[in-house]
Ligand binder design. Sequence first.
Ligand SMILES: CC(C)(COP(=O)(O)OP(=O)(O)OC[C@H]1O[C@@H](n2cnc3c(N)ncnc32)[C@H](O)[C@@H]1OP(=O)(O)O)[C@@H](O)C(=O)NCCC(=O)NCCS
Length: 145
Amino acid sequence: MAFFREMEFETTWANLSPQEQEATSPAAVREALAVTHDLLLGRAGNAIFVAETEAGERIGLLWFGENRNLITGENEAWVYNVSVVPAHRGRGVGARLMEHADAHARRLGYRNLGLMVATHNGPARRLYARLGFEEANVIMRRRLG
Ligand SMILES: CC(C)(COP(=O)(O)OP(=O)(O)OC[C@H]1O[C@@H](n2cnc3c(N)ncnc32)[C@H](O)[C@@H]1OP(=O)(O)O)[C@@H](O)C(=O)NCCC(=O)NCCS
């Protein structure tokens, strides 16, 4: 659970824009994540895949779950987080974890696998595009103060 929480924090922090990082703090993000985890981890269908080296060192994590598509009403397979320890990036670990999620979703009979990614997260967006993910919805936000 400590590894899960740390990878969740790393991903969330890395996905904030510089302005968003300035407007919050690591402690506030950890607190918000704890609430999110309370809400989502109790749901059915969650699975957490951990990538390890042969020596058993944990180097990556993928949180798989179910998400209701608000537009179609269909329950989709969802990647809530895929995260690789910085020193082990660029060697295909992220891609392997995603392929694992894909196989798991197919085994369970889902018709779609989805995820949400920050616009400015180049490495993650390149990985998803390479694996055949296509943009479906765009969240837009305007600052009100
Ligand atoms: C996104 C993330 C999970 C990708 O993990 P990764 O293990 O580095 O992914 P891969 O190694 O499969 O792919 C990364 C790059 O390495 C390259 N690569 C993959 N295997 C390789 C190999 N054997 N040799 C050389 N390069 C390789 C890929 O072509 C890719 O290149 P690109 O960045 O130019 O597209 C990782 O960057 C990360 O943890 N980011 C922070 C968390 C995050 O933002 N997650 C997304 C949440 S939505």
